[in-house]
Design a protein around this ligand. Structure first.
Ligand SMILES: *Cc1c(COP(=O)(O)O)cnc(C)c1O
Length: 740
């Protein structure tokens, strides 16, 4: 072992020790720190440790163990390992382990998990550059698993996938976010197709969280100032493989009632709640790290919500006696920023009064004047009318910034060029790293099995091996028949999932339906559309010329069918109207049973749809989709993208690995743009997509279609994943020498 690597290993262990140093209270569990030699511990304890590390969310054998222990609890709890272990007594577990097959399975999974946790041989350990201190990654949401509802959509899923890949690559990594005790809302459709929302209360005991406590006992408390109040918060630790996420939580008896609920809902409440949450996340996040004795090598702001962290870092520097210029330099040398929002209106903005009311006490402490503070969030510091924009501050206070696709990088440079008046457009210092997905988390159990069987080893080790995926262009790894069988099996799973979900939905909204068993067909070309119902995503676009689509859906020989899902933000009435129009389609006499909407879109619903879809439809209004990632999830299952040339698709599309909609021109008349995009969509659908799906050879296989699948797997799987993405962050941003 080289000295360098040795040094890194030592450091990684030290990092680990620091993070697990403070004693932790594990509600109802006797789990010990898992760095101890675990194979001598009883199975029950080792399973508890496994259930409290989200590593199991990307290991299908681990999930199978929990499912097998109690299938009903597993289903009812939206796949919660902890709930299963609550349900199954020690006595039962001991008895079940007398089944030697089951015991072997458990043993294998535990060994795999423990060796993952203990290995020093990782991508990062072999990398010439080392990070001696962890990355601190701040994000308002993390989408890690359906049983942990602290996310609302793509931004959260990206953060979760980023964390998982950081763990897989062995990069020391800490995520920071808030503990949303009420999560994001549960969606129910009213009889009129209008979205209704409810907020369950989540019990931390039933989530894989550990309260962070002080060494001498008692919860570790920190505080921030909001207005005239001191707001205290505690922190919960989440283990994600080798990475950690800390969730800050103001629900404490020490706080006024009003502030106890501050961190309750994902993006909940009014502008006061939003700024309060952002103060806890940004300023509180830095204070929390300090109280843990952690000095990150880099502060990564994933979107502007956490940008107040730069003010806290600035305050620290000023307290140490640095002048403003030195202090600012020292802050920006340690911060990087990823922007996700391609429209000016989408960026968080606060008025001077608002900032003064909420941050007044804090900023007195910094010694800055109000104008100085405001200038960080203004493009033009001398413009007293300009609001304070979080993105502007994040850009001013970071050493590097990036968008999330090539196109979004361009759009961002154009949008923020006024901040850099001395620079030519192409030199505006905003680069791009295109988003990816944590493929092992998104591959269904069937897909894992399919690839493992074909390759004979753990296929996820081949994820970034483009030579390997190149072999998909011919029949070397999988024959046409095998791929077609996989497509059928996954489409069948989706059809049955939808029928099961509709049974529950209809029982509430429409009464008994005898036709559910005839809803969807596993022989029919299946087009899925699922994402947040933000209006720019244009869910209703495909129905723009209704009669044309009705005739395609009802073609006796070559029919198509649609599955929709998605949530509108509770205050987005226009988004809810879009959803209502989709619900109307599902009830249209000529579309019923062939166009369906699945309630309560979450990571579980997403996994069923991305795997069952033949065609993944994406119709954003260009260039408003910064990246989009859902289409990347479908490829490993043999699904094909059919998308506007927006977000990641202009980079991903190569002419044979899916289809494009429209071109790169933009009409100023939005209605005209919609017409053009619909016409393009309809033409490609009728001239290419449908014929290629239904033209079968003598074996009943659509050869042209399978060629598209092969091309997609070859060109997209090894690129559009978070291992590639996080490695790029590491090489270009995290490990770059700091200039201060
Ligand atoms: C992947 C995913 C998204 C992101 O979808 P895009 O619209 O493609 O960005 C949103 N929500 C959930 C639940 C997802 O799994």
């Amino acid at each position: 072992m080289s000295i360098r690597m040795h040094c890194f290993l030592w450091n990684f262990r030290q990092f680990f020790r620091i993070l697990t140093h403070a004693k932790t209270v594990q509600p109802q569990s006797s789990a010990k720190a898992f760095v101890s030699n675990s194979s001598h511990q009883p199975f029950a304890e080792r399973l508890q440790i496994l259930a409290r590390n989200l590593w199991w969310t990307w290991n299908p054998q681990a999930q199978e163990i929990f499912r097998e222990l109690s299938p009903l609890t597993w289903e009812r709890s939206n796949h919660s390992a902890i709930d299963v272990l609550h349900e199954v007594s020690h006595t039962e577990l001991a008895a079940r382990l007398h089944d030697s097959d089951f015991q072997k399975k458990v043993h294998r999974v535990l060994e795999e998990f423990e060796s993952y946790m203990q290995t020093g041989d990782t991508w990062a350990s072999r990398h010439p550059q080392k990070l001696m201190q962890p990355v601190a990654y701040f994000s308002a949401e993390f989408g890690l698993h359906e049983s942990l509802p602290i996310y609302s959509g793509g931004l959260g899923v990206l953060s979760g996938d980023h964390t998982k890949s950081a763990s897989d690559l062995g990069i020391p990594f800490i995520g920071l976010s808030l503990f949303y005790r009420n999560g994001y809302f549960q969606q129910h459709l009213g009889p009129d197709g209008w979205q209704e929302e409810s907020y369950p209360l989540y019990d931390p005991v039933r989530l894989p969280l550990e309260l962070v406590t002080r060494e001498e006992g008692g919860r570790l408390l920190n505080s921030v100032e909001i207005g005239h109040s001191t707001v205290y918060f505690q922190a919960w630790r989440l283990r994600v493989g080798r990475a950690f996420i800390y969730l800050l939580d103001t629900n404490l008896p020490e706080n006024d009632r009003h502030f106890q609920g501050l961190t309750g809902h994902v993006y909940g409440g009014d502008v006061d709640t939003r700024i309060g949450q952002e103060i806890v996340l940004g300023i509180g996040g830095v204070r929390f790290l300090r109280s843990m004795g952690i000095e990150p090598s880099v502060f990564h702001m994933n979107e502007g919500h956490s940008a107040f962290l730069t003010l806290e870092l600035l305050r620290e520097q000023l307290k140490q006696g640095k002048n403003l210029e030195q202090a600012q330099k020292s802050v920006s040398a340690r911060c990087i920023f990823t922007t996700h929002t391609p429209v000016p209106a989408g960026h968080d903005r606060f008025s001077a009064e608002h900032l003064h009311d909420t941050l007044g006490r804090f900023w007195n402490d910094t010694g800055l004047t109000g104008e100085q503070l405001m200038s960080y969030g203004r493009i033009d510091p001398s413009d007293r009318q300009e609001m304070f924009t979080m993105t502007v501050m994040a850009l001013k206070m970071s050493r590097s910034a990036n968008g999330v696709s090539e196109l979004h990088g361009q759009v961002s440079r154009e949008m923020w060029k006024e901040l850099y008046p001395e620079k030519a457009l192409r030199d505006v210092p905003i680069g791009h790293i295109t988003n990816g997905i944590h493929t092992p988390s998104w591959a269904t159990a069937k897909a894992h099995e399919f690839w493992n069987k074909r390759i004979g080893v753990d296929w996820t080790a081949k994820l970034m091996d483009s030579q390997f995926w190149g072999k998909m262009e011919n029949g070397e790894i999988a024959t046409d028949g095998e791929l077609w069988a996989l497509r059928y099996a996954l489409r069948r799973d989706l059809v049955e999932f939808v029928r099961q979900r509709l049974r529950g939905q209809f029982a509430r909204t429409e009464g008994e339906h005898s036709s559910i068993d005839r809803t969807l067909s596993s022989d029919t070309l299946t087009i899925c559309f699922a994402r947040r119902f933000a209006t720019y995503k244009r869910a209703p676009l495909v129905f723009r010329k209704l009669d044309d689509i009705i005739s395609l859906v009802n073609d006796p020989n070559r029919p198509i069918q649609f599955v929709f899902a998605g949530k509108a933000h509770p205050r987005d009435h226009e988004g809810k109207r879009y959803m209502q129009s989709i619900i109307e389609m599902t009830r249209h006499p000529q579309l019923v049973g062939k166009v369906v909407f699945v309630e309560n879109y979450d990571m579980n619903v997403a996994r069923h749809l991305i795997s069952g879809a033949d065609v993944w439809l994406n119709t954003p209004r260009r260039p408003l989709e910064a990246s989009g990632t859902s289409g990347q999830k479908t490829v490993i299952h043999g699904g094909l993208n059919f998308s506007i040339m927006d977000g990641w698709w202009p980079e991903g599309y190569n002419g044979t690995n899916g289809w494009s909609i429209g071109d790169d021109t933009a009409e100023s008349d939005l209605g005209l743009q919609d017409d053009k995009d619909f016409d393009s969509l309809f033409r490609t659908l009728t001239e290419r997509v449908i014929p290629e799906f239904y033209d079968r050879n003598a074996q009943g296989i659509p050869e042209a279609w399978i060629k598209h699948i092969r091309s997609a797997m070859h060109s997209l799987v090894p690129v559009y994943n978070t291992d590639r993405m996080v490695a790029e962050y590491f090489n270009e941003y995290y490990s770059r020498p700091q200039h201060s």
